[in-house]
Design a protein around this ligand. Structure first.
Ligand SMILES: [Zn+2]
Length: 118
């Protein structure tokens, strides 16, 4: 029951059987801090610097066009290696629109230098 001067939300949190338990986020880190650590798809390390990057891939053939967007979760170092290894093939596949693809990939390459812990 709530008193007239008490808001309903305050009453519920104070009497909740889960009020004293640690948050879900604190279980994700070993030392109990609230930090988000994701696993890098390249080196399998858990780092707060691991982020997701979107890279478009276009394949232009004479009568067929294929387009897809890859979302890659990697740390900055692995992402730079990923971009440098696969950019020549992406340029070759996208032939006449390759400048657009190169801009997208270079923007993602530049983002790796400014990644901050999330
Ligand atoms: Zn990595």
């Amino acid at each position: 029951m709530s008193t007239p001067d008490q808001k309903p939300d305050e009453h519920q949190t104070a009497s909740s059987p889960y009020a004293g338990l640690p948050t879900f986020e604190s279980y994700l880190s070993a030392n109990g801090e609230n930090s988000h650590r994701f696993e890098c798809a390249g080196c399998n390390s858990h780092s707060p610097l691991v982020q997701s990057y979107s890279l478009p891939t276009v394949m232009l053939l004479p009568f067929v066009a294929f387009w897809r967007m890859d979302v890659i979760m990697k740390c900055p170092g692995c992402m730079r290696a990923h971009i440098l290894c696969r950019l020549p093939l992406a340029v070759l596949l996208s032939n006449i629109i390759s400048p657009i693809i190169v801009v997208f990939w270079l923007v993602a390459f530049g983002r790796t230098f400014f990644s901050r812990p999330s």
